[in-house]
Design a protein around this ligand. Structure first.
Ligand code: K7E
Ligand code: CUA
Length: 668
């Protein structure tokens, strides 16, 4: 979330008594003693050696990654690199993973990731995969949860700011992405003040249920608003998708003011079954659009990149019944569908109520044609005809809502810094609890699905100020764990997060933990640079390219003495970790190398490219403490001046040496 708080909203805060900020000003000790109950510690205590009940996946925001925590302990288990290079394990530096970060703009080794989304079966998170969006250069990644690794990234063309993404349909047939920024479609050189004429939004539906085959099924061309968030229908509303939009004013400057004029903006309700029918019926136009699809081959564990050149574009005018607009106050942000699939809840950043739409009423209003207007071919339904109810005086700045599966909804309030619990159907507020401070998303395990595990809500806060030991001008953002098993919410724990945790998802650990890959079978490694045993290693030259094959095993590399490399060569170290045992990793790094190390998991081959710039002898070593003799796990590579007569040499077996001599004879 990046919006500023408008001045009038701040005045409203002052007038309303500023529930959250009042806590912020209270003396520290007072604040804590009044809010933490005595048994909080025991509720989050996970004894050494015991496991947490849930895996929680928190987005890294501008870190571009995902952080995996155990709940209720709040222990950080792992970071999964997705859209940013990660020197800790060589992701985006080694040759096998670099293609994942390729785009039509070139190599993009960073992004801003907002919304982790678990794959679903029948509307329930199933623990197979996790999807996450890239907000800056629109992309969607798929992470495999048997390995906690990014396996696939697809770029979204005709889009800018892939924010309403990658929310899933109930069987993960599709994940979606919508433009936050409208742009010229196709993007071309036009005057910015031709916005109303030339700028468009797109809603993209991406097939997601076949690993390695993500593809853009179709895009829907929309008015030039800013599309913000989305959620699929479920149960009775299965087959529909809901997207919030703001800036229906179509302003192209000072959005803070100019996009806050209208009393209501819109939720776009998309009948995607209708879209499928229109696509089948030839109503979508093929449109030239370049984008990359990158995925990891299972056997070689190497990513490939494929360029696609066209999408199917659906104009709502050519497919009546495809999209309807639901008027929604005011500059909506989140849109969340309750577990029954009947209620569609919006969070209006500047709204004074929480508006809830009814799917039953929506269907009826469409059947009865209760339309207010038509916006660029899209009928606008009458607010009163689709509204189920409004939660009155809920707080200030409602953003996101999750559900506990017991008939209650929990909404985050950025301006008044609190979580508010209210009842579906009666719309009455039943409880509220302050957060520290300025909460964005909140998350209940399964809380956006058909089947929430409604035990905790995790509040993710933008501003922490005085909550932790100060660390200079920038403080870590925070997550706060709140117990929701009783009538009153209880704050249990808070912990700092990595980057900005916009959203998170969590799932019972039992659905993931027993499916973990423990090592990669060497017999199934089809990487063409694999070294299966010590005697297979060696060094070969082909022009200026030098390939070195080596193994890593406790506690040595083989070969570990290499000569014949010259300044300016492109040297590739292909290191295979031939261990066949869980959690036995080796690292590899060379003096002066200007990428990162390799971390090699058991049974896999990883490749590091290096162009030596000066003659000398360069040590390399294992960077991962793997055994008692880890410090002995080292070697040397000699670099000679360009054109030198130094022979290629690797201290490997006679057989390998002979192969090398032959190879050399062939080259020089
Ligand atoms: Cu920060 Cu979902 Cu990107 Cu709201 S978003 S907070
Ligand atoms: Cu291998 Cu340390």
């Amino acid at each position: 979330m990046n919006f500023k708080i408008p001045r009038f909203a701040l005045l409203a805060v002052a007038a309303a008594g500023a529930i959250g900020l009042a806590y912020a000003c209270a003396p520290r000790g007072q604040r804590q003693s009044s809010l933490i109950s005595g048994d909080a510690a025991s509720k989050v205590y996970v004894a050494p050696g015991a496991y947490d009940e849930f895996y929680a996946f928190l987005s890294g925001g501008y870190s571009g990654q995902i952080a995996v925590y155990g709940l209720p302990s709040g222990r950080l288990l792992r970071q999964i690199p997705v859209f940013s290079q990660f020197p800790e394990d060589g992701y985006g530096y080694n040759e096998e993973t670099k293609p994942l970060l390729q785009t039509t703009y070139g190599f993009v080794p960073w992004d801003d990731s907002h919304h982790p989304e678990l794959s679903q079966t029948n509307g329930v998170p199933d623990g197979r995969w996790l999807f996450i969006n890239a907000n800056n250069t629109p992309r969607i990644a798929r992470i495999d949860l048997t390995r906690f690794e990014t396996d696939e990234i697809i770029q979204i063309p005709n889009s800018a700011g892939g924010h309403a993404s990658p929310f899933t349909t109930p069987n993960s047939k599709y994940v979606v992405s919508a433009t936050r920024f409208s742009v010229p479609v196709p993007n071309t050189d036009v005057a910015i003040d031709s916005y109303k004429k030339n700028f468009k939004g797109t809603l993209s539906f991406i097939t997601a249920d076949q690993p390695g085959k993500m593809d853009i099924a179709f895009q829907i061309l929309m008015p030039g608003y800013n599309y913000d968030l989305g959620h699929a229908g479920k149960g009775p509303s299965d087959g529909w998708f809901f997207f919030t939009s703001y800036n229906s004013e179509e302003a192209n400057t000072k959005l803070e003011e100019n996009a806050s004029q209208a009393d209501k903006d819109y939720i776009a309700a998309v009948d995607y079954k209708r879209a499928e029918a229109c696509v089948l019926g030839g109503k979508a136009k093929p449109q030239a659009a370049e984008y990359l699809h990158n995925w990891v081959d299972e056997g070689t564990r190497t990513a490939k990149s494929e360029k696609k050149t066209s999408v199917k574009m659906l104009d709502p005018r050519d497919c009546p019944g495809l999209v309807y607009y639901l008027p929604t106050p005011k500059s909506p942000h989140g849109v969340d569908v309750d577990p029954t699939g009947e209620y569609i809840v919006a969070g209006g950043k500047l709204a004074t109520v929480i508006p809830v739409h009814s799917f039953t009423k929506l269907k009826k209003a469409i059947a009865d044609k209760v339309f207010d207007a038509d916006l660029q071919g899209i009928p606008v339904l009458k607010y009163d005809a689709v509204m189920a109810g409004e939660v009155q005086k809920p707080g200030l700045g409602p953003l996101h809502t999750e559900f506990d599966g017991k008939g209650y909804a929990y909404t985050s309030f950025f301006i008044s810094s609190e979580v508010v619990k209210w009842k579906l159907g009666t719309w009455e507020v039943v409880d509220r609890i302050p957060t520290y401070y300025s909460i964005g998303h909140l998350m209940i395990p399964g809380g956006d699905s058909k089947q929430p595990w409604g035990k905790y809500v995790l509040a993710m806060n933008k501003i922490t100020k005085d909550r932790y030991l100060p660390t200079g001008p920038e403080m870590a953002q925070s997550a706060q764990l709140i117990d929701i098993t009783g009538d009153k919410m209880k704050l249990l724990l808070d912990f700092p997060t990595i980057g900005e945790p916009h959203y998170a998802q969590a799932i019972p650990a039992s659905l993931i933990k027993d499916k973990q890959v423990k090592f990669f079978k060497l017999t199934e490694n089809t990487n063409s640079w694999i070294t299966k045993s010590e005697s297979d290693g060696g060094i070969t030259r082909n022009g200026k390219r030098v390939d070195i094959k080596m193994i890593a095993i406790r506690s040595h590399f083989a070969p570990d003495n290499l000569e014949g490399v010259q300044v300016g060569d492109s040297v590739f170290f292909h290191v295979t970790n031939i261990e066949q045992d869980w959690d036995i990793l080796h690292g590899f790094a060379v003096l002066g190398m200007n990428t990162s190390e390799l971390i090699i998991q058991p049974g896999e081959t990883r490749t590091l490219a290096w162009v030596p710039k000066a003659p000398g002898v360069f040590p390399f070593y294992c960077t991962d403490f793997c055994s008692a003799l880890h410090q002995e796990m080292q070697g040397y590579i000699r670099v000679s001046p360009a054109g030198s007569a130094t022979k290629l040499m690797a201290n490997v077996s006679k057989k390998a040496q002979a192969q090398l001599s032959n190879a050399r004879a062939g080259v020089r």
